[in-house]
Ligand binder design. Structure first.
Ligand code: DGL
Length: 258
């Protein structure tokens, strides 16, 4: 059983990619919506939440935990690995592939402030972007757009335009979607920046990493997916999930405040 968590619905971009490739695995998904956004939380606050969620996953039979959130990965994955025996898979801002593929030698990175201030981003940037102009931009308002179900609306274009226009002015040809919520805004971003700019969603690379760690499952009887939110509002949670992954009969919904 593969377990995923995020501050909210963003981790579904990773879940969706995983599920499309490996439909025979049962999954757990925990949306920590009562504590969203993670992007502005301290490391200590994020560790406290991650430990609670990890304990909850282990009690519920998880065999691999995917930290489907860039902000939480940067802040907590080291402590989790030191504390638990279960394997963890985290997100990495795809700065390396972006820098390697860039012909204009200019790339843009969208992520939360928490991700930008973490060591992981600083180290990755230093190591892989020599000679490349890296334009970083906190994705103000982007998490909210996805949580509200506003992807594909004019409001979304209004929020996104000032964030990505400076990148276009610097002639970027790659933009890293460094927060798991952002791939759900990919079409809107593409509309603004044009088809020539490549938008990088790290989910496929993360799914490859999950694959390396997971056991082979040949004959799962009935695949079920248990989706939890820490928010008391189950109706909005279910509606929000269905907007992003469609109506899936094997998903069961629960609230669970931990
Ligand atoms: N989805 C998260 C990430 O990948 C964080 C969003 C937030 O809660 O700020 O960074």
């Amino acid at each position: 059983m593969i377990a995923f968590f995020d501050s909210g619905l963003g981790g579904l971009s990773v879940w969706k990619t995983f599920q499309a490739q490996y439909p025979n695995y049962t999954t757990l998904y925990y949306a920590d919506q009562q504590y969203i956004p993670y992007g502005s939380k301290t490391k200590e606050e994020l560790i406290e939440r991650a430990v609670k969620i990890t304990d909850f996953f282990i009690e519920n039979g998880a065999s691999i935990i995917v930290v489907a959130c860039n902000t939480a990965t940067a802040a907590v994955i080291k402590s989790l690995r030191a504390q638990y025996n279960i394997p963890f898979v985290g997100m990495e801002p795809a700065v390396k592939p972006a820098a390697l593929s860039s012909k204009t030698k200019a790339i843009g990175v969208l992520a939360t402030e928490g991700t930008f201030s973490g060591e992981l981003f600083k180290q990755t940037k230093e190591k892989f972007t020599k000679g490349v102009n890296v334009i970083v931009q906190p994705g103000y308002g982007m998490v909210e757009l996805v949580e509200e179900g506003a992807a594909g609306t004019s409001k979304s274009l209004d929020v996104l335009t000032p964030l990505v226009t400076p990148m276009i002015n610097e002639n970027v040809d790659q933009i890293v979607l460094g927060c798991t919520h952002y791939p759900f805004l990919k079409e809107d971003i593409q509309k603004i920046v044009g088809e020539k700019v490549n938008l990088i969603d790290p989910a496929p690379a993360v799914v490859k990493q999950i694959k390396r760690l997971m056991p082979n499952v040949t004959n799962e009887e009935k695949v079920i997916h248990q989706f939890f939110t820490s928010s008391p509002d189950l109706v909005s949670f279910k509606a929000g999930v269905e907007k992003l992954i469609g109506n899936n009969n094997s998903v069961n919904y629960y609230t669970s405040s931990i």
